[in-house]
Design a protein around this ligand. Sequence first.
Ligand code: PLP
Length: 407
Amino acid sequence: MGSAPFFVARAEGAKIWDVDGNEYIDYIGSWGPAILGHAPKIIVDAVREAATRGLSFGIPNPLEVEMAELICDWMPSIEKVRMVNSGTEATMSCIRLGRAFTRRDKIIKFDGCYHGHADSLLVKAGSGALTHGRPDSAGLPQAFVDLTISLPFNDANRVRKCFAQNKAQIAAVIVEPVPANSGLYFPTDNFLSVLREECTRNGALLIFDEVITGFRVARGGAQEIYGVKSDLTALGKIIGGGFPVGAFGGRAEIMDQLSPDGPVYQAGTLSGNPLGMAAGLAQLRELERIDGWKLLDDLGAQFEKLARDAIKFATANPCRGGQAKINITFHRLGSMFCLFFASGPIIDLAGARRSDLKMFTRFFHACLKRGVCFAPSQFETGFISTSHTQHDIEATGAAVREALAEL
Ligand SMILES: *Cc1c(COP(=O)(O)O)cnc(C)c1O
């Protein structure tokens, strides 16, 4: 966030307060988990209640089973699921499982997609790796990098060509079905269906990384919206209700390769611990009870209208302060949104990277000054929670309008 250090002292609902007592409407939402807002009573109560019965057993507990049943019920492509402690663990385990199941080593990912920080996946990665200018992290053995092929998102021909050039060598294709870690953009022209077809034709597994989209964009995740079934799915963020939780699952015959039934080792001391499970279950059940997805889409639509009005106003009135014309592309899916300082269409990392980052930074600070906290990077996504009120959204729209006029 530029030079000023920013430490959060407290968060509740849609608001955060920094250590100096300043209040902000928050759109980071812990980078996704806080879909009901911060510290919702229903989750805090569930965690408090669970804690009185023990913090971690290292032995299965009923809450894990309830969570597994819920996940399999909500995401029909998942027949069996295993709990882990982060999204990184989930994607890392999916890759290992995919390699073991297909007895192949190479994987395909897409430029700008972020799948956590396992060695195989930090190639042309998004999120902080991209923001801080190191999409290919230092410290990766070259041998790992050589096994990771990164292609432009939405380029079906490159995918087909890559499979043809690497016959019987691709273990898996891993993708964020809706990329949300280099800004936010969407699959076009049945891109996800092409991935499904190519994987099936070539005996590779399709892995959907729904760590952000899972249970946020719909009850059944992005795979429900786009109607494409993955072989394996990685989950995280929302399913922990603010606790460190991840999960991965998919077709039973693949999951059966996992230890102790199968030869693929995987374990975790705190996996499925009762606090994380209690928090996640409370969050997911509440989302369903209040039909959170409808509520989030309504709030998102309200914000989109205000943002588009503000953008129209700003782009129609250029040259204030001697600035050149402002180009902005606004994207939204339900409660996720992104405002690119670039002209559209934006359908891949190359498009996102055309953004004017200096302009973005000025915009970010202009909003922060007005009590609105967006993610401090052009290459992240904004998250609305069910705790955001219409009044919060209106205040945000006004702040965006003023901030754009000030650029
Ligand atoms: C956040 C994220 C991860 C990594 O999850 P962690 O819990 O931070 O390890 C993986 N994939 C996607 C799409 C993410 O957004």
